[in-house]
Design a protein around this ligand. Sequence first.
Ligand code: C5P
Length: 288
Amino acid sequence: MVCTEKAFAKLNLSLDIVGRRSDGYHDMRMVMQSIDLADTVTVSQRAEPGVYLTADLPYLPRGGGNIAVKAASRFFEDTGIPVPGLSIDLQKRIPICAGMAGGSSDGAAVLRVLRRLYKPDLSRERLEEIGARVGSDVPYCVRGGTVLAEGRGERLTGLPEFPFCWLVVCKPACAVSTPELFRLVQVKRLRLHPKTDELLSALSAGDLEGVARRLYNVFEDVLPRKYSVVFEIKSRLLELGAMAASMTGSGPTVFGIFRSRETAQNAAGQMTALFPSTFLCVPVPASV
Ligand code: C5P
């Protein structure tokens, strides 16, 4: 038995931090969108019990430190199914430490595959709950598509599909530590917040222009100066014809929205010359 599943990257159309919680996490309000940049997760059975991971990137953690392995452990723990012999193989295309939930998406893909193989009657909500125990972005990644994520990231509301467009996604060479960036946030001191309700209305109306006008990520406000390349990429994408550009997650990846394929292709070509990790993408709908 071999089962293959796509693990799609996510972009934040908006990211707001609305409060600090007593458990050390933050309450969020984020509009998330899956894109067709994806890792491939392959799960196969093996004779020896336990979960064994392989990947095409040598420096990924292999044991319980890998979110894909952690997701498998949580799945069997929560469902009470004895751990079988499993191999998980990751073919990574989503850049790591990029703000695109690459690791969470791999974990979520593992959960979807394990449900299919071992517990097809498990509801999507239960699968998302298991995901929440794996990581804050995992419940969203289980579902994918266009979603409002609140709380730690586990309270999900499905939204109308994102209007068709082209997305140029550009990951500079640096990496940002998510916990480090959260530590820099003083919620009351944030000067600007995304107009999330207006963004939701624009999505309901299928108004791409309206969505583009409301992209905003509060992390941009606290980003240390050493990451100024983020703002350089934003400016370049706008110069190259993007309707709007924003950082995704805790960065440093920036994306621009384009209506025209030609403009997006040209922008992607020019950005690739400067930043080799540039991708021309389109939005994708929910996975489950
Ligand atoms: O849940 P996850 O392990 O992905 O979170 C990584 C880190 O990001 C947490 O340890 C915490 O510092 C921070 N975080 C947060 N509030 C959230 C999500 C993550 O403070 N809602």
